[in-house]
Structures are given as structure tokens and as C-alpha cells.
Design a protein around this ligand. Structure first.
Ligand SMILES: [Zn+2]
Ligand SMILES: [Zn+2]
Ligand SMILES: [Zn+2]
Length: 522
């Protein structure tokens, strides 16, 4: 049956370039209605173009496209650009020409476009069931939607990625596909608005339809209540399903979304406040400096909410988070030892040596990486002790353990360097930073259906849970005991913490949470 759900059509639209190049259907998974012909064609293209001979290889390629792709290689080439453009390899020429775009987005359109197609083909061969296929396609689509701002931009970026891959060569089929998708009124890109809300992953098909209904997520135990994580977290910030505290940080999840840079408004503010911060530092004006840091972090969070805990959508949390971040920046800026260690990190980065394992591939030479890693960890260890003794860690609005805050603090730095490290250095670096991710795959635990009393986001409340975090609006929710049934529409609501009145996010009916008991006299 052709796909009709607009969200699913949107997900397929991410792979539209290869669907169009191959003359396939835009409203079927992998471009084909299921059947023996689809199976044969998909098996052939996977083996001929991708060298996929079996399920294991297929999953390796899906994994690679999801986590690394050609984006990593193109990004690492930026660091390897020499001063002379005339000495560039063809790939370097393209990287140089699209440097800012590649810094921000990698070759995501190319990686995700191909991922959307091969996932569909793998479905027809039987490497994935339908639920798993949609789960991957949906995650892929969300990533693309967050990174680009229009179908046309996605198409242009795809063509650029393909040209990079082909060492600068263009391809007529690709160009024609691009023209059709942009120009034809029947093209999926012209029938679906780019901004269509993609929402949560599509609901799984009826039970029995799937043999692989398991979920994969990071194994973790809540340091606060000992609860075991039993379901995937939507973001890298893993909140306990039982008590709602920040329980862990999932670095692999963080890497699924490419690190973005804050936009021009932030850069402008930074340029404007920079000299004022220098001045405050020079005159020992700690309060003035802290104030400037607050402004800067407020803007950073506004520009890149997804780089921060999902709870920053809650204004009260956000304010406390800004205070915490600003205090960290201020304490570091006025501590001579911290400044000396920071200078040492900068020096060690300047002293790195580079290796070229393949033409156009550039990695940090393993022997020169050790001294830099030592400098980084010396700095991080010192800052952790400083934050502990100066009460910065205590200001964390989730009151997360210091060890966890330290891991989060180093994560962005590690993420930036990974593409430039060889496999052995990568593993050692992750291990030392405490960012190795161990995943478990289990059957999802059934809970109680409830809707967030703040935003209506559907949740599942596990037996024994007292408090949880809505990953959509960031509010803390009280989920002990039974749900409140909306007096207007009957929706099972999980009220936001400390609220005495509930306004149903669905029907807007307002009512008191509990019958207020009149205080007696005497
Ligand atoms: Zn807990
Ligand atoms: Zn919510
Ligand atoms: Zn209602």
C-alpha cells in the first residue's frame, strides 16, 4: 500500500534524490511496493553499489552512515587545508569552497539522503522489519529537518556532497533528478512543506507484525534512586524514568546530531561583549564579568536549545542553568592556575603533527596526540576540583553528580576531535573522558499511558515512578499514584510539579488539582 501519512512521506522525501535517479516511487519504502521484484532489485543494488553481501554488513553501513558518513572525512579535511589552494586535491578544493557549510553541517544531506534509500532497500531484502525501518527513517528525517531550512537547500547540499565523493565530477542523472524534484509540481518536495512537524517516531505497527520489537539505549543506573534506565532517551541528557533526575549522559546520542555553531546573533553579541569581558578581567571586576557571561549563555541557549538539557525549555530551569554556566565561566576566568592550564592546552594543539593514511584523509599522528590529551585532562581534572570547591557543581539545576557534570563538560570538545583521530586514539580518548557508551537492547517495558500536563506530549509512566521529565517541554511532572483525568476531555494528565491548577493542554479546561481543605480555626 502506498504511504499516505504525511510524516512518513516526509521521511521518504529525504531519499528522493536516489529514488528519482533510479526512477522509483516516492510513496513506497525503498521506492518499491513489496514483492519478489523489489527484493531482487534491492538485493542487487545493495551488493553492486554498496558491496553488501549480508545482514551484518548492511547494519555496519547503516551505522556508519548514521554516525560517521562522509561528513567526518570532509570535516577532517578542513583542518588539513594548506595555505595554497593550487596544491589541493579535488576533494580539498570542494571542501575549501564550501568550508563554512561543511564546518556547520558536514555532508549531512549526502549521508542522510543515501541512508534513507539504503534503509528502504534493506527493508525489502529483509534486513530490517517495518517498525525498525520507520524508526531509522524518522530519526534521519528529524536530523535533516533540524540542519537545513528548505528542500531546495537539502538538494543543493546533496549535489555538493556527491560531487565531493566523485572527486569533483558531476553526474547528469543526478542533475536531472535535482531539476525534476525542484521543478515538477508532482515532486514530493513540492507537495510537502519543509516545516511539516515530524513529531515523535511513528507508532509501531500492531504486535505480531514484528519479530524485532526491541529498543536500544545506553545502559545506566540512576545515581539518585538506583532506578535502571528502561527506555531510550530522546536526547543525550538521560533523565531517570523513576525520579526525574539527570542520571547519565549519552555521548553516542550527542554525536547523532552534528555539533552546530550558534548563529550570527550570538557571534555579534560575543564580539561586542568580548572587549568588555577583557576589561572586567583586567580590573578584577568579578561581578561585571559574571553579568556578561550570563548574557552570553542566555543567547547561546536561545540559539542552540538542543545543545543543552531539554529542561531549558522551562524558564525557571533555564535561569538557574544560565547562573550555573556563568558561574563556571567566571570562576575559571579569575583562577590563575586554570588560565595557565588552558594556555598549555592551546600550546599542545599548536604542536600537533598530522598523518595522511590515505590521500585526502588527515588524522592527528598518534604519537603527537598523547601530549595534547594529557594537557586536556590535566585542565579538566583541575577545573573539576575547582568547581567542586567553589560550589559551581552545587549550582547545577538538576543537582547532577560532579562526575557526570565533568563528563558533559568535556563532551563537546571530544566530539570536535573524534573525526581527526585514528581508531586506537579514539577509543583511548573516549575511555579516558568517561564517554564510552555501552548499549543494551531489550524489549520495551510497558507503562501507563499519560499526557504531559504542560504540553500534552504523550508519555509512558513506569510502575513505581514518582517524577519524570517531559522531554518535549522540559518540565518536571508528578507521576506518583494515578493520573488526573481531564474534566473536559478525559485525557490522563501528569500534572507539572508543584501546580495546584491544571489547564488541559488538549481542551484548555482548567480545574483545581485537589479539593482544597479549608484550614480549621483553633
Ligand atoms: Zn532516579
Ligand atoms: Zn511537556
Ligand atoms: Zn482536556
Amino acid at each position: 500500500m502506498p504511504v499516505q501519512d504525511p510524516v512518513k512521506l516526509w521521511c521518504l522525501g529525504v531519499g528522493a534524490m536516489l529514488t528519482e535517479v533510479n526512477g522509483l516511487r516516492h510513496d513506497e519504502i525503498g521506492g518499491w511496493a513489496p514483492g519478489p521484484r523489489a527484493r531482487e532489485w534491492c538485493a542487487n543494488v545493495l551488493s553492486d553499489s554498496w558491496g553488501v553481501a549480508g545482514e551484518k554488513q548492511f547494519h555496519e553501513i547503516v551505522d556508519w552512515l548514521t554516525r560517521t558518513g562522509h561528513s567526518a572525512e570532509a570535516r577532517s579535511q578542513i583542518a588539513g587545508l594548506g595555505p595554497n589552494p593550487l596544491a589541493d586535491y579535488p576533494k580539498q578544493t570542494i571542501v575549501r569552497a564550501h568550508r563554512q557549510q561543511i564546518e556547520r553541517q558536514g555532508l549531512l544531506a549526502w549521508d542522510c539522503g543515501r541512508l534513507a534509500s539504503i534503509v528502504g532497500w534493506g527493508f525489502h531484502v529483509g534486513y530490517l522489519d517495518e517498525n525498525e525501518t520507520w524508526r531509522i527513517l524518522h530519526g534521519n528525517a528529524r536530523r535533516v529537518q533540524q540542519t537545513y531550512s528548505a528542500w531546495r537547500e537539502l538538494g543543493d547540499a546533496y549535489v555538493m556532497g556527491r560531487m565531493w565523493w566523485a572527486q569533483g565530477a558531476t553526474n547528469e542523472k543526478t542533475r536531472n533528478a535535482h531539476i525534476n524534484l525542484i521543478g515538477s509540481p508532482n515532486s514530493p518536495w513540492n507537495r510537502m512543506p519543509w516545516q511539516h512537524p515530524l513529531g515523535d517516531a511513528p507508532a509501531p505497527a500492531a504486535p505480531g507484525a514484528s519479530s524485532k520489537a526491541t529498543v536500544r539505549f545506553k545502559r545506566s543506573v540512576c545515581p539518585s534512586c538506583g532506578g535502571h534506565k528502561t527506555r531510550p532517551s530522546q536526547t543525550a541528557y538521560v533523565y531517570c524514568d523513576f525520579c526525574g533526575t539527570l542520571a547519565d549522559y549519552d555521548f553516542q546520542k550527542a554525536c547523532e546530531v552534528p555539533a552546530k555553531q550558534p548563529g550570527p546573533a550570538y557571534q555579534e553579541l560575543n564580539a561586542r561583549l568580548g572587549p568588555m569581558m577583557q576589561q572586567a578581567k583586567a580590573t578584577g571586576d568579578v561581578n561585571g564579568y559574571r553579568n556578561l557571561q550570563r548574557q552570553l549563555f542566555a543567547m547561546y541557549i536561545e540559539q542552540l536549545p538542543n545543545a543543552n538539557p531539554p529542561r531549558v525549555s522551562d524558564p525557571e530551569y533555564r535561569n538557574r542553568y544560565i547562573e550555573y554556566m556563568a558561574e563556571g565561566g567566571t570562576v575559571t576566568a579569575f583562577d590563575p592556575q586554570a588560565l595557565a592550564l588552558e594556555a598549555e592546552v592551546t600550546r599542545s594543539i599548536g604542536a600537533l603533527q598530522w598523518a595522511f593514511p590515505k590521500p585526502g584523509v588527515m588524522k592527528v599522528a598518534a604519537h603527537s596526540f598523547g601530549p595534547m590529551a594529557n594537557a586536556v585532562f590535566a585542565q579538566q581534572d583541575y577545573i573539576a576540583r575547582l568547581y567542586e570547591s567553589r560550589g559551581v557543581y552545587a549550582m547545577h539545576p538538576d543537582r547532577a553528580p560532579g562526575e557526570l557534570q565533568k563528563r558533559v563538560g568535556i563532551s563537546l570538545f571530544v566530539q570536535g576531535w573524534l573525526p581527526m583521530l585514528d581508531e586506537a586514539s579514539t577509543q583511548a580518548f573516549l575511555e579516558r573522558a568517561g564517554l564510552k557508551t555501552e548499549y543494551v537492547e531489550v524489549e520495551p517495558v510497558k507503562g501507563d499511558k499519560a499526557d504531559c500536563g504542560g504540553c500534552g506530549n504523550p508519555l509512558e509512566v513506569l510502575p513505581g515512578a514518582k517524577r519524570c521529565i517531559c522531554e518535549k517541554c522540559g518540565r518536571g511532572l508528578e507521576v506518583a499514584g494515578e493520573r488526573i483525568s481531564c474534566r473536559g476531555c478525559g485525557a490522563p494528565l501528569a500534572p507539572t510539579e508543584g501546580s495546584s491548577t491544571v489547564t488541559c493542554p488538549h481542551c484548555k479546561n482548567s480545574f483545581q488539582r485537589v479539593q482544597m481543605i479549608q484550614p480549621g480555626f483553633g
